[in-house]
Design a protein around this ligand. Structure first.
Ligand SMILES: [Cu+2]
Length: 161
């Protein structure tokens, strides 16, 4: 026996080297995971902001844009001429993630037989003939936030002579 050094004598050094190498690798992984998470959060935040900015495109030809969200209607009042043809572009600016109504909103006027519904983050154009006699009507959304009883989910249609 001439060899005095055990074959695995330098094992601790190898282990130490491996341990030194490991954290760097894990740090890289952690950075990657954090980066992906941060990017996902940024995208989610942008999506939320985007829902507030919708819609950005031009309104449908000859239509009045009415935006509906959990906060109410915008505008919440409209004046039309008696007997006139009215086009309304109804838009829901809410996402489907809303637990109350799933982003759906409604514009209903019982007296005029109007009951229009629009899905999350979408627009739809509706047409109707204004009544021939002047008056005021209340429109409402019965889908979200307590439905018809909720004063913020209402609007006023004024029909003038
Ligand atoms: Cu609603």
């Amino acid at each position: 026996m001439t060899k005095t050094t055990h074959p695995t004598a330098d094992r601790p050094r190898a282990l130490a080297k491996a341990r030194r190498g490991q954290p760097a690798k894990h740090r890289g992984l952690r950075t990657a995971v954090f980066g992906v998470a941060a990017a996902a959060i940024a995208v989610a935040a942008l999506a939320l902001v985007a829902t507030r900015l919708l819609p950005t495109g031009p309104v449908a030809t000859g239509a009045v844009r009415v935006q509906a969200s959990m906060g109410g209607f915008q505008p919440a009042a409209m004046t039309v001429k008696a007997g006139s043809a009215v086009r309304i572009e109804l838009t829901s600016t809410d996402t489907s993630f809303h637990s109350d109504g799933g982003g759906w909103h409604e514009m209903a006027i019982d007296e005029l037989g109007i009951d229009w519904k629009v899905g999350p983050q979408s627009s739809k154009v509706f047409e109707f003939s204004a009544p021939t006699t002047p008056g005021t009507y209340t429109w409402y959304c019965g889908i979200c936030c307590g439905g018809r009883a909720n004063p913020s989910m209402q609007g006023k249609l004024t029909v003038t002579a």
